[in-house]
Design a protein around this ligand. Sequence first.
Ligand code: FMN
Length: 186
Amino acid sequence: MLDLQPAPGRAVRPTGQERTFDADELIVSKTDPRGVITYANDVFLRVSGYEMDEVLGRPHNLIRHPEMPRAVFWLLWQTLGRGEELFAYINNLARDGAHYWVLAHVTPSFDARGRVVGYHSSRRKPAQRAIEAVRPLYARLSAEERRHPGAKAAVSASSQLLTDILAEQGGGYDDLVWSIINREES
Ligand SMILES: Cc1cc2nc3c(=O)[nH]c(=O)nc-3n(C[C@H](O)[C@H](O)[C@H](O)COP(=O)(O)O)c2cc1C
């Protein structure tokens, strides 16, 4: 669920320090249908700097970086809501204020009757050039969001901007991510 309210008690300040992880590592987490964390692997815990008992039962926006545009998470939840998967570049905030970029693959998990029982995300380390490719787009979306004081108006304006930019490029966010993967991740 896309929660437009800030998470209660969230006080991590970004330090500007970048953290990376190995190219052969996978950061994995699972959530319930509302985005509450139900599983995190050891790589997740190491890179984000949290203990297992600090992440289980917490909303996944625990590691939200304030510079990430809301429009990307809006798109994520829209896509998951249709029962579809999404690849996305995401900048995350660790417990100590460091940030780390990931290329996430987020998928719904279904039960035997086809109902969504939760979501699963596995993330790889993106190429530096891929990060540079998405950074200007995210900066543009965040700048648009800052022009609108309310979260609802902000996400609506930046989602419209994202739709317009993608339409100009003749594809969706998925096409953009795949073109970056094909160009910069090989
Ligand atoms: C399986 C799954 C994985 C997610 N992974 C992340 C993540 O790595 N970083 C992040 O900021 N949000 C992630 N989200 C999205 C968050 O639930 C949330 O929508 C986002 O952080 C925006 O938070 P906000 O609504 O409080 O602004 C994930 C959601 C799901 C369902």
